[in-house]
Design a protein around this ligand. Structure first.
Ligand code: XCC
Ligand code: SF4
Length: 625
């Protein structure tokens, strides 16, 4: 007998989402929630992390009655290996994205990337200088070429440490060296993890876990940081700007094209093409008022941060956006793109277009996007969307609600500028206790958790307590829809935060970008620690991924902890089958790196934990008596 579908009110906190889930049910369109129901209950072994498929003597399942796999691996070894490979997937995803930006920079320098250019030359020179490249008296091109070589070599296996470790406080680097987790090279650490987790290699769970930390650090301070910094160099460093969010940014009278994925290389060109007068004229000829580009997930964040495009929604809104019936095309690059979007698109007139050789979707229209031909391809893609407008069925269009105002674009550069050129005013505000501390809330949605309930619940609870919140990834749309990303949101904040943010005219929740942009938060923490001459683990800060789902989020969480940042997860990764691994994650790491994970599904209790931690750190710094 088929199960009753879950009541819609239990699935999400948003009215726009509820309306579209109801529409999907009426129209017989399957969504992530229907599939979750069918997949529940999940495999208990996989949930605990105690199933192993790493060789064909198995697969093996570890239980009290069968405590060892065929090879002899116990629960600790199996769980650690599984977790190690899980994090490897995330570190690889961010870092391969970072490498793609290096390749675009290379194409620009070789004159092979019409349409792209170095937009922030000052930043290029500055970051080159930061990693020890001589910049004075040299041509931009020479500096850029050397930077390119250095960043490429950060992926290799000859280095002793990735370049951006130059930003890390010395005390932190000494800790890493002592326990052997200094990240040497991005590909190096990821490949070594694959090696270690082969049968018969690393059979000591804590040792595997330490390598997972090292690999995650190669992501945070390597691959992701390269992704962020080069995106700024090529497309411009974000500055505060206004925009809007939720499904109502999709316009009934316009050609709607949604960009989805993570890498701005494709979507920046799409946006440029959508401004082409010929395409706009054609849209008008077909009866549309214009062409509207809106964002989903992190590609959306990238374009929102730099170009102010509106944000249609986060991870769990991606299917629902198409269900409005008003989307002419979804253009994707890679990561977090549910393959179901192809099927959902086929229920409407929506063209689903993939653009990366390494991320193809069966049934999609494929463009082999590359810097050389990007402009032409972007034109063709937007043209496809425009033509699709003629196929739209107006009787199936339903766009719920009204867009909400948001403010975005908070790069560290922009924050420092807003503070008058240095971080000192922020340090002073923290010292005086107006801002008691800061927490980065990052990561995804997960259909197992009521959509955005924790993301929003935690942000609101923290700002009430004068804790500044920085958001990235899918949490940013959630915060935006909740009205937290506008200066007026200080009304929801505590008195200290209200005073500081009010004076600066900024929201109490700052949109810091996409998921690779968590590297901006790392950099900020490092800069604060350096300014105070302390370690990152001494700062009154924390990180949280309340509704995470992805391997990438696991890598982010681990590099945060390994960098000394106390980190919350709304639910545990699949490690609970090993006491050794679980204890290491939630307490043992404290001695090694000065921070741990904590797992908590209630936003108020989570805020209490951050509160206590921040108080303790403030006291240790002598800020509160
Ligand atoms: Fe998670 Fe990254 Fe994906 Fe959103 S998009 S679902 S990883 S938060 Ni970056
Ligand atoms: Fe089983 Fe060991 Fe092979 Fe894993 S590596 S499947 S535990 S025999």
């Amino acid at each position: 007998m088929a199960k009753e579908p879950s009541p819609i009110d239990e699935l999400t906190i948003w009215d726009d989402a509820k309306a579209m889930i109801a529409k999907a049910r009426r129209e017989g369109v399957e969504t992530v929630y229907d599939r979750l129901d069918k997949q529940t209950p999940h495999c208990k072994f996989c949930e605990l992390g105690t199933s192993c498929r790493n060789c064909t003597m198995g697969p093996c399942r570890i239980t009290p009655k069968m405590p060892r796999g065929v090879c002899g691996a116990d629960a600790d070894v199996v769980v650690a290996r599984n977790f190690g490979r899980f994090v490897a997937g995330g570190a690889a995803a961010h870092s391969d994205h970072g490498r793609d930006l290096i390749e675009v920079l290379e194409a620009i320098l070789e004159g092979d990337a019409e349409g792209y250019r170095i937009k922030d030359e000052k930043k290029l020179v500055r970051i080159a200088g930061e990693i020890g490249i001589k910049t004075q008296g040299r041509q931009l091109r020479d500096v850029a070429e050397e930077l390119l070589e250095r960043l490429f070599s950060d992926f290799g296996s000859r280095g002793k440490e990735v370049s951006f470790l130059s930003r890390v406080p010395e005390v932190r680097k000494e800790k890493w060296a002592k326990i052997g987790v200094t990240p040497r090279g991005v590909d190096h650490e990821i490949v070594e993890m694959m090696h270690r987790t082969h049968m018969g290699v690393d059979n000591d769970a804590p040792n595997t876990m330490l390598h997972a930390a090292r690999m995650a650090l190669a992501d945070g301070w390597g691959g992701s940081m390269i992704g962020t910094e080069l995106s700024d160099v090529i497309f411009g460093t974000p500055k505060p700007s206004k925009s809007t969010a939720n499904l109502a940014v999709i316009k009934e009278d316009k050609v709607n094209l949604l960009v989805h994925g993570h890498n701005p290389v494709v979507s920046e060109m799409i946006l440029a093409a959508a401004r082409d007068p010929k395409l706009i004229a054609r849209a008008k000829e077909l009866g549309a008022a214009g062409i509207n580009i809106a964002g989903l997930c992190c590609t959306g964040n990238e374009l929102l941060m730099r170009q102010g495009i509106p944000m249609a929604g986060n991870h769990l809104m991606t299917e629902l956006a198409i269900i409005t019936g008003a989307v002419e095309a979804v253009v994707v690059d890679y990561q977090c793109i549910m393959p179901s979007l192809v099927q959902v698109s086929s229920c409407y007139h929506t063209k689903f277009i993939d653009t990366a050789k390494k991320a193809r979707f069966t049934g999609a229209i494929h463009y082999d996007f590359n810097p050389k031909t990007a402009q032409k391809q972007a034109y063709e893609i937007v043209s496809l969307a425009v033509e699709a407008f003629a196929e739209r069925d107006p009787s199936r269009v339903e766009i719920p609600g009204q867009p909400v105002s948001i403010m975005s674009g908070f790069s560290n550069e922009a924050v420092v500028e807003a503070l008058g050129g240095t971080l000192t005013p922020l340090v002073d505000a923290i010292a005086q206790g107006d801002v008691r501390g800061a927490v980065g809330i990052v990561g995804c949605n997960n259909p197992k958790i009521k959509h955005d309930s924790l993301n929003v619940g935690l942000a609101k609870e923290l700002i009430k307590r004068d804790i500044l919140v920085l958001v990235t990834g899918c949490v940013s749309s959630a915060a935006g829809k909740a009205g937290l990303l506008v200066p007026e949101a200080i009304e929801m904040a505590g008195p200290g935060l209200k005073k500081v943010c009010g004076a600066l005219g900024i929201p109490p929740v700052l949109h810091y970008g996409s998921c690779v942009d968590n590297s901006r938060i790392l950099q900020l923490c490092a800069a604060l620690a350096n300014e105070l001459h302390v370690d990152i683990s001494d700062l009154p800060v924390g990180a949280s991924a309340p509704e995470w789902y992805s391997e990438k989020a696991a890598s982010i969480g681990l590099y945060a902890v390994a960098s000394g940042i106390y980190t919350h997860l709304g639910h545990a990764p699949n490690i609970l089958g090993s006491e050794t691994v679980t204890n290491l994650a939630v307490s043992g790491l404290e001695d090694l790196v000065g921070a741990t994970f904590f797992i908590e599904s209630d936003p108020i209790k989570t805020a209490d934990m951050f509160d206590a931690r921040i108080n303790a750190k403030r006291q240790a710094l002598g800020l509160d008596k």
